[in-house]
Write a protein that binds this ligand. Structure first.
Ligand SMILES: O=C(O)c1cc(=O)[nH]c(=O)n1[C@@H]1O[C@H](COP(=O)(O)O)[C@@H](O)[C@H]1O
Length: 274
């Protein structure tokens, strides 16, 4: 009705955010917030074009449907998503290896991938890696080390095969997938490929980060095209984050609806929200 009068509405805050703010300011109690949430859920008249969740909306599923060859690891990921009916990747940004293993044990059955930042672990050891690999095997998920490589080919190659912080990380020896910024150009993929391809590893190229004030945006298609055909290609181009809002350090979240329905993401990454 408003649109017919030339008035365009733009949301500035979601009801969930509003409830969080009111509750934090002690203007409403938890019970009221919960009952409003329930009311909205039960009376939601907005419907997407899709009637129920289906991972087939993702770009990888579409590529697979067209019978185009995809990276074996991407294929494995799709299989896991289908088998487990889960496209959830948990980002376990903890600093203690025991805590990380516990997370992997308790969430393992429900996720398709576990994303790690081993460079923030205070007690990284090779025994920890072996335990993590055993859990990935047991619960059928992929390990995705979020080492965002962003340098010339020769440097990332060395970082990927070795790299020491307090211990040698040897990321290529245990992580099924790693991440790289597309910004340095094809060299970064070539460098990673030299190490990862013989091991059957995959690489996700970041086209654009979600953080506030982000300055670089590589068009997604372009980012993927710069990956040479002969090297390991990006396993998927989209990833995103659950819930609205953010944090005080520039993080910005979006909703599963937005990332799966509107952007066609294959996988949703969720960290602290879990
Ligand atoms: O590459 C990422 O995973 C990533 C890209 C991006 O644009 N923004 C982003 O937050 N991330 C990662 O996603 C995770 C988000 O964690 P939470 O903010 O706790 O959900 C962190 O591990 C970030 O490193």
């Amino acid at each position: 009705m408003l649109a017919s009068k030339g008035i365009k509405l733009h949301p500035i805050i979601s009801i969930s955010q509003l409830l969080r703010v009111l509750q934090a300011a002690e203007r409403i109690d938890a019970q009221t917030a919960q009952s409003v949430h329930k009311f909205i859920r039960d009376n939601n008249t907005f419907r997407y074009n899709f009637t129920e969740f289906s991972p087939q909306w993702g770009s990888l599923f579409a590529i697979q449907e067209q019978k185009i060859n995809i990276h074996p690891l991407a294929s494995k990921l799709l299989k896991i998503i289908e088998e487990k009916q889960s496209n959830l990747c948990v980002s376990a940004d903890v600093t203690n290896s025991e805590e990380l293993l516990q997370l992997a044990e308790s969430l393992g059955l429900k996720i398709c991938m576990l994303k790690t930042h081993v460079d923030i672990l205070e007690d990284y050891t090779s025994a920890f890696i072996q335990n993590m690999q055993a859990l990935a095997e047991k619960h059928n998920f992929l390990i995705f080390e979020d080492r965002k490589f962003a340098d010339i080919g020769n440097t990332v190659k060395r970082q990927y095969e070795g790299e020491t912080i307090s211990h040698f990380l040897f990321i290529s020896s245990w992580s099924h997938i790693v991440k790289a910024h597309a910004v340095p150009g094809p060299g970064v993929v070539k460098g990673l490929s030299a190490v990862g391809k013989p091991l059957g590893r995959g690489c996700l190229l970041i086209a654009q980060m979600n953080s506030q004030g982000v300055t670089v945006c590589t068009p997604e298609g372009e980012a993927c095209q710069t990956a040479p055909q002969t090297t390991l290609k990006s396993a998927f181009c989209h990833d995103s984050f659950l819930t609205h809002g953010g944090d005080l350090l520039g993080q910005q979240y979006t909703t599963p609806e937005e990332v799966v329905y509107n952007k066609g993401s294959d996988v949703i990454i969720v960290g602290r929200g879990i």
